[in-house]
Design a protein around this ligand. Sequence first.
Ligand SMILES: Cc1cc2nc3c(=O)[nH]c(=O)nc-3n(C[C@H](O)[C@H](O)[C@H](O)COP(=O)(O)OP(=O)(O)OC[C@H]3O[C@@H](n4cnc5c(N)ncnc54)[C@H](O)[C@@H]3O)c2cc1C
Length: 340
Amino acid sequence: MLSVAVIGAGVIGLPTALAIQEELGPKAEVIIFTDKLSPHTTGDVSAGLWSPYLLQNTPVQQLTKWSKATQDYILKLWKNGDAKTTGISLQLIMALSNKKDYKAPEWLKISLGHSEFTQDRLKYYSQRYGEEFTGGYAFVGFIWEPVRFLPYLEKKFKDRGGQIRMGRVENFAELSHFDVVVNCSGLGARSLVPDPGVRPIRGQIARVRAPWQKHTFMLDTEPGNYVISNEDCVIVGGTHQEDDFNTGIYDNDRDHILTGCRKYLPSLAKAQVIRDQAGLRPGRDQVRLEIEERRIGEKVMKIVHNYGHGGSGVTLSIGCALDAARLVKEAAGLAGQSKL
Ligand SMILES: Cc1cc2nc3c(=O)[nH]c(=O)nc-3n(C[C@H](O)[C@H](O)[C@H](O)COP(=O)(O)OP(=O)(O)OC[C@H]3O[C@@H](n4cnc5c(N)ncnc54)[C@H](O)[C@@H]3O)c2cc1C
């Protein structure tokens, strides 16, 4: 029996643990070690928009491949009629930019259908909002709500025989008896690895009641407001404050969010605020997805890292999970073999 420990049960850890079960079959024992579960992970703050964002130097080919794999997975669930149980909705998503060097993002071409705004359309939005927009686009895409899909994935993992142990892992040596350890600790990697390149990018949002609001709207640049519809609420955002570890609520951020979003969608003016939330995106120069061999005493531990997904963890989740599972197989010396 091959033993695999996965650290973390967020939008990266749970899909990775499931992908390992899938890749290695029933003779692999997969155990998750985590100090938080849904609804207390970073993903539980997010609206779950499929849209690559804040990823700095992660190569665009990787980004596109991972995002596409996630979209394919969501599309399959959606086609199977599992949208309700797994928190999926298909929406029109529009984005406007005021960047001087605006260029439509590469990943747009893998979306389920898109169009870029014409100069006439940009002029119309610029006049309407009193700003100068330089570019923008609309696409058909998925919202995949972590508050709904994380419990679904957790159940699926346990139903396949996976175990979850609650508690903080202070160092990898505690898990040196496992054949492979997979690190999906998000911002936790900063102290666990330790990797000082992992830094928080704080995001504050508000959940409001506005069932009439059906499409998603985002500003591609400053002031960065966005409005994303979920099943029971609408998420209005947002902020991205680097190196801020505070998960409490700032009143001035709340004002920025509510005033900003109401400017673009005035119908939100009387929407009741249900909840304010803040979370810390695990920022990094690039996503880290690779095998590390680490000497712990006499033993060389095989560690597969899968962290640093910034503001795109939901979007990259499945693509990175599939690659991480392949790396686990490689680390265990089983590459090229079918299920155990
Ligand atoms: C406001 C906001 C909006 C967002 N919107 C979107 C969006 O629309 N679309 C999108 O794609 N992304 C979005 N994101 C980004 C996304 O939420 C993150 O990229 C993602 O949640 C990161 O997932 P993770 O599993 O790596 O980290 P986390 O969710 O932080 O999970 C880390 C896990 O590891 C565990 N852990 C950490 N250290 C240890 C340790 N030492 N021992 C034991 N357990 C440990 C934790 O308990 C947790 O279970 C948003 C983020 C924020 C804050």
